[in-house]
Design a protein around this ligand. Structure first.
Ligand SMILES: [Zn+2]
Length: 191
């Protein structure tokens, strides 16, 4: 932010206080192009807003500082820091505004970075690459039309073969399903 005034049509003057320095920016719009020149002057900190005066050749900025009044005499594009008011008979007070400084003078704090979006965690049990798809529960792999699958071994061993062996109900000896009599004891097998 700076105090700004238009000293002459097309010629603006911006001034702001930064610590012990007074930064004066002269901006002129000539033939459609904006030209700016900033000058830093050691004036000491201000104690009051500045006053602006217009002169034929430029203007005067009156500053109230802790060390007393200071005057910045503007002639064209040159600035002069004075401890006493320049003897300019036609100096005419001009209004000023509190505006955005046209030049980025003090380092503005970097606009905070957008918050980091956390990485999407990989789905732990499946992944897909093109037409290949893999998942771990159950172990299964698909490539195009082909599917490989490995069931857990405990599941595969759960059911015994259906051709259950038969035993003689009399003596317990193993017998063939086709046997009608037990080969060990001759017991007549049912079924
Ligand atoms: Zn038997």
């Amino acid at each position: 932010m700076a105090y700004a005034t238009e000293l002459h049509p097309g010629q603006s003057c911006y001034v702001h206080n930064a610590g012990d320095q007074t930064i004066v920016t002269l901006a002129s719009a000539a033939s459609g192009q904006q030209q700016q020149a900033s000058t830093s002057l050691a004036t000491g900190p201000w104690t009051a807003p500045p006053s602006f005066y217009r002169t034929h050749q430029g203007g005067i900025i009156q500053l109230a500082t802790a060390q007393g009044d200071r005057y910045i005499y503007i002639q064209g594009t040159s600035l002069q820091l004075l401890a006493a008011p320049p003897a300019i008979a036609d100096a005419q007070a001009v209004p000023f505004q509190w505006v955005d400084d046209p030049v980025a003078t003090p380092m503005k704090p970097m606009s905070s970075m957008p918050p980091m979006t956390p990485m999407q965690p990989m789905k732990p049990l499946s992944m897909q690459m093109g037409t290949m798809q893999m998942s771990m529960q159950p172990m299964e792999m698909r490539m195009g039309d082909m599917t490989l699958r490995a069931e857990s071994s405990s599941h595969a061993a759960a059911s015994p073969p259906s051709s259950a062996r038969r035993f003689c109900s009399q003596c317990g000896a193993p017998v063939q399903p086709s046997d009608r009599f037990c080969a060990a004891c001759g017991h007549a097998l049912g079924g």
